[in-house]
Design a protein around this ligand. Structure first.
Ligand SMILES: Cc1cc2nc3c(=O)[nH]c(=O)nc-3n(C[C@H](O)[C@H](O)[C@H](O)COP(=O)(O)OP(=O)(O)OC[C@H]3O[C@@H](n4cnc5c(N)ncnc54)[C@H](O)[C@@H]3O)c2cc1C
Ligand code: SF4
Ligand code: SF4
Length: 411
């Protein structure tokens, strides 16, 4: 066979639109801007993607990990991918022997750039328990029953944040602190298509919201404004917030293989969150509290920075204040309390600088969760307090990322 008869095959990188939750993580991760999106789908540009797989591990759902072998001349275009409701079946292999199978894009494996230096760990702490993943899908979800739905924020607070308890009865749904579940809101979107999954972090520890029960809790904020402040009715959050005890919900998951807590007893946890970003922090704190209550020695410290507009808007404010200082060192930041200077989590991190830098010298795991906008300020605060303490944050940060000790989940 001469070269002109051969077919160049492409290992085309594709995203499963049925599972993808449109969290934008992959688009942010891709070093060559191969990922893009429209109002409905996230897609990969075959001309740009070089198969480096930097996006695979950070994707919380696994929807990004699809590779179809196609003749290069028949690669799926962006327009085709934007129109998909589900992945097309893998095409039959061409009859001729392929001349070359290349990753998406033009680079050969030897030419692939190294994955970019990530800003968040793409693997779990070494001592994390092994998570179960993707047991239930959009097509084959599991049904949970609402066991409770309580408002966490004060009745007159601007934000309606709720604590929702879902019961799985006798169905297999194992979870770890830091994992998320996918909620399938009933009905269809404006285009008449089923709603895509929305992710919610689990707020309860691994042995259940009520210890020994097969249930979990979520911390859900009712979305009534978009990120620009325009009035909008968020599909899944309003559905969840309006559920009554006894209602049933379609759930997929569990998701999340990285944002997990260490299980060794001397690991310190530095937790930084805003609003519903408190969900995984509540789960991890409660797991440690239960271990301590059972006299399982825990020498690791817990330190929490938690931001909200006002105390009335802070989920779990009451229970948090009951936890003893020797168990958890809590720093609350309020940005809209009348007659008080406005403070954000990064201000509180700076105020506690010496204690934070001391923790950073030790076996500490950092967890950041909440609004995307918090990331820059938090990183700057960590950089500044490290500088003050004679430490180099950029190199420490990269070391922590590599060691599975620096985890960010913002949305
Ligand atoms: C890994 C992960 C974990 C998450 N955990 C939680 C959690 O524990 N609790 C929780 O409440 N949410 C959580 N979210 C966000 C959640 O998945 C939904 O995005 C959110 O509830 C809005 O969904 P919706 O269907 O109500 O709004 P949509 O109908 O999807 O969106 C309506 C409009 O509001 C905008 N919008 C979406 N979310 C927000 C927001 N939070 N604030 C302002 N505008 C918004 C959208 O851009 C859109 O314009 C998490 C997201 C991810 C990726
Ligand atoms: S495999 Fe690499 S190049 Fe391709 S989309 Fe993912 S991050 Fe981008
Ligand atoms: S779920 Fe995965 S594929 Fe979808 S936007 Fe998020 S990271 Fe990308």
């Amino acid at each position: 066979m001469n070269a002109s008869d051969s077919i160049i095959l492409l290992r085309q990188h594709l995203i499963d639109p049925e599972i993808c939750i449109r969290c934008n993580t992959c688009e942010e991760t891709c070093p060559v801007d191969a990922i893009t999106h429209d109002s409905r789908n996230y897609v990969v540009d075959a001309d740009k993607c070089n198969g480096c797989e930097a996006c695979v591990s950070p994707c919380p759902t696994g929807s990004i990990d699809h590779w179809h072998v196609v003749p290069k001349t028949q690669a799926y275009s962006l327009q085709e991918q934007f129109g998909w409701d589900e992945l097309p079946p893998q095409q039959a292999a061409p009859l001729e022997t392929p001349d070359a199978i290349r990753p998406s894009g033009n680079a050969l494996p030897g030419e692939m750039p190294a994955a970019p230096s990530a800003s968040s760990s793409t693997h779990a702490p070494w001592s994390a328990a092994h998570p179960y993943l993707n047991l239930y899908s959009l097509k084959e979800p599991v049904t949970a029953t609402v066991a409770g739905n309580f408002r966490l924020t004060a009745e007159d607070a601007e934000s309606d944040i709720r604590h929702l308890v879902l019961d799985f009865g006798t169905q297999f749904f194992p979870l770890l602190e830091g994992q998320s579940i996918g909620i399938i809101a009933p009905g269809t979107d404006a285009a008449g298509k089923p709603h895509y999954l929305r992710m919610y972090s689990v707020a309860s520890p691994r042995d259940g919201e009520r210890e020994g029960y097969n249930n979990l809790s979520l911390t859900v904020k009712r979305v009534v404004q978009d990120h620009e402040g325009n009035a909008v009715r968020g599909v899944a959050s309003n559905y969840l917030c309006d559920l009554q005890k006894g209602d049933t919900v379609q759930v997929s998951g569990p998701f999340g293989a990285n944002y997990l807590m260490p299980n060794h007893a001397n690991a310190h946890l530095l937790m930084i969150c805003t609003g519903t970003g408190s969900a995984p922090m509540r789960a991890m704190t409660e797991h440690r509290r239960r271990q301590t209550a059972k006299a399982q020695a825990q020498s690791g410290k817990l330190m929490l920075f938690f931001g909200a507009r006002k105390p009335e808007e802070l989920p779990y404010f009451g229970p948090l204040r009951k936890l003893p200082q020797e168990f958890i060192d809590i720093h609350l930041a309020f940005s809209r309390v009348p007659d008080q200077p406005r403070a954000w989590v990064q201000d509180k991190i700076r105020e506690a600088g010496p204690a934070v830098s001391q923790l950073l010298r030790e076996d500490t795991y950092i967890y950041i969760c909440g609004l995307k906008g918090m990331e820059t300020g938090v990183m700057e605060a960590l950089r500044d307090i490290c500088k003050e303490a004679g430490m180099d944050w950029p190199s420490l940060h990269q070391q922590m990322v590599k060691q599975g000790r620096f985890h960010v989940e913002t949305y």
